[in-house]
Design a protein around this ligand. Structure first.
Ligand SMILES: NC(=O)c1ccc[n+]([C@@H]2O[C@H](COP(=O)([O-])OP(=O)(O)OC[C@H]3O[C@@H](n4cnc5c(N)ncnc54)[C@H](OP(=O)(O)O)[C@@H]3O)[C@@H](O)[C@H]2O)c1
Length: 244
């Protein structure tokens, strides 16, 4: 096997949104351990400081990120450039799940789903793209969902809608960055064992769910692939469905 093309973590600066819980936290810990430099976007800075205080690497900064306040994204990207001088990658992970169907939930819930799961990743991507383009081998990973790949009865219609939109944005980003060496992936997990699923009816039992660490491992693998190995979408299911 020829491994010489694999991209090494050293001197690679990656932004991760929602790095203080669930999948984002697992990705951040995994990538820190691998040797990446991280710029973490979180709602609660004190909580994040405690979570990362015992990590072997201190090659990270913690920034305020509130998805519904876009000016926090401007500050986060500026801080990253001030601290590291470059941005090599972005992981749009932060997201929420609210039940919105024709019978349940309010339009406000749908608006919040849209703001957190689509508008904030769009704005973060827009601000990071000029920096990531300069590296000629930048990477962007959007944590979407199997709910962005198909509509399944019993899933929140609102959540399914915004995850479809995120995947669409992911492909648009892939086109926008391709000539500058940026490779973009929509990772589409099935049920993952995090707090996101608390209280959601009819969801896969905890013991049968993916673990956040499995997604973290997958993200690290995608980040390491060369420009000639672009994975546009990666569904990872925990249950048998006909096409995903
Ligand atoms: N769990 C699943 O089954 C599953 C499956 C497929 C895809 N996903 C996707 O994976 C991503 C991570 O979810 P998770 O499962 O790890 O859930 P989680 O444990 O609830 O984590 C969600 C993260 O998003 C952050 N967040 C939520 N609202 C925010 C806002 N307004 N501004 C800034 N940050 C905000 C949270 O911040 P706090 O730490 O402050 O709460 C948290 O870090 C989401 O995009 C989700 O849709 C999850």
């Amino acid at each position: 096997m020829q491994y010489s093309q694999i991209i090494k973590p050293e001197n690679r600066v990656i932004l991760i949104s929602g790095a203080s819980s669930g999948i984002g936290l697992a990705i951040a810990k995994y990538l820190l351990n691998e040797g990446y430099s991280l710029s973490l976007g979180v709602r609660n800075i004190e909580k994040a400081k405690k979570l990362f205080s015992k990590c072997r690497s201190n090659n990270y900064i913690i920034n305020k990120f509130e998805a519904t306040e876009l000016k926090t994204i401007d500050c986060w990207v500026d801080n990253t450039i001030k601290r590291f001088g470059q941005i090599d990658g972005l992981i749009n992970n932060a997201g929420i799940l609210k039940i919105v169907s024709f019978d349940e939930g309010e339009i406000e819930d749908l608006n919040e789903l849209w703001k957190v799961n689509v508008v904030a990743p769009f704005y973060l991507t827009k601000l990071c793209l000029p920096h990531i383009k300069k590296t000629n081998n930048g990477r962007i990973i959007n944590i979407a969902s199997t709910d962005g790949k198909r509509y399944r009865e019993s899933v929140s219609i609102g959540y399914s809608m915004v995850k479809h939109a995120l995947i669409s944005m992911s492909h648009a980003t892939r086109n926008a960055g391709w000539d500058d060496g940026i490779r973009v992936t929509a990772v589409c997990p099935g049920a993952v064992d995090t707090n996101l699923l608390n209280g959601i009816p009819g969801i896969t039992a905890s013991k049968d769910r993916l673990k956040p660490e499995t997604i973290a491992y997958t993200v690290a693998y995608i980040l390491s692939l060369p420009n000639t190995a672009s994975v546009s979408e990666l569904p990872i299911n925990t249950r048998l469905e006909s096409t995903i």
